[in-house]
Design a protein around this ligand. Structure first.
Ligand code: TXA
Ligand code: MG
Length: 373
């Protein structure tokens, strides 16, 4: 039977205390963080965590991140905190950095997908930390979406996927960063990035000498160290293509693709006549200002209805990270059939963004650069 999903919007001390008790008691509560909304459950309660997997339709070998309000709360969850791990916490917590550490016996295997390590993170979000304080237990929280769909960055998006499956949602408005935390494994004065995110390799290099990326991030046939990275993720309903390169050439490549899609659609409809089962075309654009300028005139006469998001200029990585998932979800709502998106160079936050865009578009990335002959 569907649950009643209560939405908390005031988030005053009384509501925070209530949300904390619900978590402690084994209920599922969606919580805001600076990256994306999390689907929270008591991280010491196996039954509560089993319900997370059920609500999301998540594969059971994909471990959860335990969220804590401060460094001190990590101590009972791990065997030890190495000097490097401590340095990372001092430098980046609270913030979008998840650290993998050897787990203590207090942490149930249900949280770690059977692994002997545990992922811990202290979010930079006041409401989130207040709820974690009130709960008084570590809170296991994957992103609050149905597995495989884009992660939610608003309470509405959480409600869309989770209504009737969870007890409560804490609505604290849109998430700031928009892509999930960076996940690292620690060595001695070294880290390996298992998932790129808001804390970039350059930022990590200011604290530890050696920063490397998990080989699996650039070699699709290698098994990733973060089990969740092997799954298809963030997929919108429409067919998505990501374009990188020179704005004018990107606009030309998009126009060429749009014409081919329209032509193919017309042929299908004319073959099948009035009984055609071809879905009506609808385009979605998630693009930068430079490309938008080149597309302006073409779009004014486009016979296909479309949705349009300009996230900022070509150098606005933060704008793109912030708009990515919310735009993909808005395109789903509008029944967009084809998505045309512009990406960014794979550096800094661009690595995290392109990792998500690669998966969202099924690695369908067009490099629009001048041809050399
Ligand atoms: O920003 C975030 O990290 C968000 C918010 C809600 O905090 N959470 C999030 O959780 O993205 P989720 O469950 O969608 O992703 C967790 C990732 C998965 O890829 C999982 O495999 C990896 O963390 N992970 C968890 N525990 C691990 C461990 N012990 N070793 C390696 N990878 C681990
Ligand atoms: Mg997720």
């Amino acid at each position: 039977m569907a649950l009643e999903t209560k939405i908390y919007k005031n988030l005053d001390p009384k509501e925070i205390a209530e949300l904390g008790s619900r978590l402690r008691a084994g209920e599922l509560v969606a919580i805001p963080t600076e990256t994306v909304y999390g689907l929270g459950a008591n991280g010491l309660d196996e039954e509560a965590m089993s319900r997370i997997y059920e609500a999301k339709g998540r594969p059971s070998d994909n471990p959860l991140i335990l969220h804590v309000p401060d460094q001190a709360s990590v101590t009972p969850l791990v065997k030890e905190i190495s000097p490097t791990a401590k340095q990372l916490m001092d430098a980046f917590w609270p913030g979008p950095l998840t650290i993998i550490l050897p787990k203590s016996d207090n942490v149930p295997l249900r949280a770690t997908g059977g692994l002997d390590s545990v992922a811990v993170r202290c979010p930079a979000h006041d409401v989130c930390r207040a709820i974690l304080q009130a709960a008084g237990v570590p809170v296991a929280a994957p992103s609050a979406n149905i597995s495989g769909r884009p992660s939610p960055t608003t309470a509405d998006a959480v409600y869309h996927d989770m209504a009737g499956r969870i007890e409560a949602i804490a609505d604290a408005g849109p998430c700031e960063v928009g892509v999930e935390s960076t996940i690292v494994e620690c060595g001695d004065d070294a880290v390996t990035i298992l998932r790129p995110g808001g804390i970039t390799d350059a930022m990590l290099r200011q604290v530890v000498s050696t920063v490397t990326f998990d080989e699996a991030l650039s070699a699709p046939d290698v098994a990733p160290k973060a089990p969740g990275m092997k799954y298809k993720h963030y997929a919108p309903d429409g067919v998505m293509t990501t374009y990188v390169g020179v704005p004018k050439l990107i606009s030309e490549a998009m126009i060429e693709a749009m014409e081919a899609i329209q032509k193919e659609h017309e042929e299908l409809v004319s073959q099948e006549g009035k009984t055609s089962i071809a879905k009506p075309l609808r385009f979605g654009f998630l693009i930068n200002e430079e490309v938008a300028q080149f597309l302006d005139i073409y779009l004014a006469d486009l016979p296909v209805p479309f949705e349009f998001v300009i996230y900022g200029n070509a150098a606005d990585y933060r704008g793109l990270a912030h708009s990515l998932y919310s735009s993909l979800l808005a395109f789903n709502e509008a029944k967009v059939t084809h998505i045309f998106a512009t990406g960014v160079p794979r550096q800094g936050l661009g690595r995290a963004i392109m990792n998500r865009m690669d998966k969202a578009s099924g690695y369908n990335v067009v490099n629009a650069v001048p041809k050399r002959d």
